[in-house]
Each structure stands twice: as C-alpha cells, then as structure tokens.
Design a protein around this ligand. Structure first.
Ligand SMILES: [Zn+2]
Length: 117
C-alpha cells in the first residue's frame, strides 16, 4: 500500500490514475465529446464556451455503517481533480475505517439547435 500522506501525492500514481481514466473512457465510449444526444432537431452537448461554468469535481465517502447507511461526507468542489482527490486522505485521518469513495463530476451542458460541429 502506498503512503497516503496528502502532502506528498506520488506524481507517478496520479499520472497512472489519469492514464487509466483516459483508457476507461476511451474503452467505454463515454468520451465526453462523443456523448451527445439528438432529439427533434436539438442536440445536447458539453458547454465548452469560454464563459461556460467550470467542470467541478468532488469525492464522496461511500463507506457504510453497521446498518448499511453510507457516510456521505463530501469534499469541497474543486475545478482541479487532483485537489478534490486529496480530500479522502483528510477524511481518513478522522475516520480511518472509511475506505470507500466515489468521484462526482459536475459538467456544464447546453442544448443547441441542429448538429454542432
Ligand atoms: Zn466517511
């Protein structure tokens, strides 16, 4: 097991994780630019305009208590995935037995007429 110190996130581990995420999205067809949906002349597509709200990341604790209730504690939202990713280490300092987490991503989308390029 790697050192979970939040002050020294191993750069290689982060690079490996990001590589795995890219591979995962490529394999699963969930690449954001290919995930548009069209319906009656409208298309919903990720909003990549310069004035679009930022994409935000957070981590949520999914560890369950003895009754099966999830903890649900959440990191602050951050535009930087790597910043949000540090929060579980802080949470584990308070509750070392909480080892299950999920990443939550909030991305702006917009409806446009027709078929955007
Ligand atoms: Zn927790």
């Amino acid at each position: 097991m790697e050192d979970p110190s939040p002050d020294h996130p191993p750069a290689e581990a982060l690079e490996r994780l990001i590589g795995e995420l890219v591979d995962y999205f490529a394999r699963s067809g969930s690449d954001v630019m290919r995930s548009r949906h069209r319906f009656f002349g409208w298309t919903i597509t990720p909003n990549t305009e310069p004035d679009a709200p930022p994409t935000l990341h957070l981590f949520r604790c999914t560890t369950e208590d003895e009754q099966g209730n999830p903890c649900g504690a959440e990191s602050p939202e951050s535009e930087m995935f790597e910043v949000a990713q540090k929060w579980p280490f802080e949470h584990m300092k308070e509750v070392p037995e909480h080892t299950g987490y999920e990443q939550v991503l909030r991305r702006p989308w917009g409806m446009v007429r027709g078929d955007p390029v």
